[in-house]
Design a protein around this ligand. Structure first.
Ligand code: HEC
Length: 225
């Protein structure tokens, strides 16, 4: 499945790219023009391949989301700005420019990591504001747990489920799983929602009410066709 490889591929490319630029900047800073020249020549093809993979997977990931988030736009802008600055910086042996380019790339990386931590915290404290037209009391005669679950799925505070799984459960943003083909049963789904999964990639929504976990699980199961 290409989508599930997209994010890991992007991450590996970003890390290699970053290491590569750290090495180049380091050689420039310690005044080793000969070593820098040798290293640059030796890694020219690899650098081209990794840059292309880095950019294509990045743009692809942004396209996957439908409408890019502010964070994605900032990351993209930082990286896009860093490229000409790095090229000119290394060409002229300008240390300030080389460092600026490196800081831009590290900044984009740091923003992504900070956002991840933010998402986890948001999910842990997420709550659902009740609305007038969705019945949220399981004891009510006209209660429909799937409708209740769908409301939570789309409107929960912090990061709503739909932003990773899509309104139909089929979107796989950030390595999210296609919910319409889940093999989990109701208890399994509730447990994933409550405890998270895969090191917080699926954030833990630990502050919901029992009826809300039930409703969410019923809605997720209703996505299976
Ligand atoms: C930040 C993105 C994100 C958000 C928001 C999110 N998920 Fe997930 N979800 C994931 C990822 C990533 C996985 C896959 C984790 C793994 O690799 O095991 C996942 C997995 C799941 C699974 C397990 C599917 C399976 O078959 O293993 C369920 C169920 C699920 N999510 C439901 C929800 C519900 C319900 C919400 C909202 C309360 C939600 N998710 C919000 C990213 C997200």
């Amino acid at each position: 499945m290409i989508q599930s490889l997209l994010l890991p591929t992007h991450k590996v490319a970003v890390i290699i790219f970053l290491l590569h630029y750290v090495i180049k900047t380091f050689l420039l800073l310690i005044n080793k023009p000969e070593a820098l020249k040798k290293y640059t020549a030796g890694t020219k093809v690899a650098e081209m391949i990794i840059s292309v993979v880095f950019l294509i997977t990045g743009v692809w990931l942004i396209a996957e989301t439908g409408s890019p988030s502010t964070l994605q736009i900032i990351k993209f802008t930082l990286v896009a700005l860093s490229i000409p600055i790095a090229i000119i910086g290394f060409k002229k042996g300008n240390k300030a420019m080389a460092i600026t380019a490196l800081l831009f790339i590290i900044g984009a990386y740091g923003l992504a990591e900070a956002n991840k931590a933010q998402k986890r915290k948001g999910a842990a404290n997420a709550t659902v504001e009740a609305t007038g037209d969705v019945v949220t009391d399981p004891a009510a005669a006209d209660y429909n747990s799937i409708k209740h679950g769908e409301y939570i799925y789309n409107n929960i505070s912090g990061v709503p489920c739909k932003s990773c799984h899509g309104t139909d459960g089929k979107s796989m943003v950030g390595g999210a799983k296609d919910l319409s083909v889940t093999a989990l049963d109701k208890e399994g789904i509730k447990s994933v929602i409550k405890n998270g999964q895969n090191n917080g990639k699926m954030p833990a929504y630990s502050s919901l009410k029992p009826a809300e976990y039930d409703a969410l699980a019923d809605f997720v199961l209703s996505l299976k066709k």
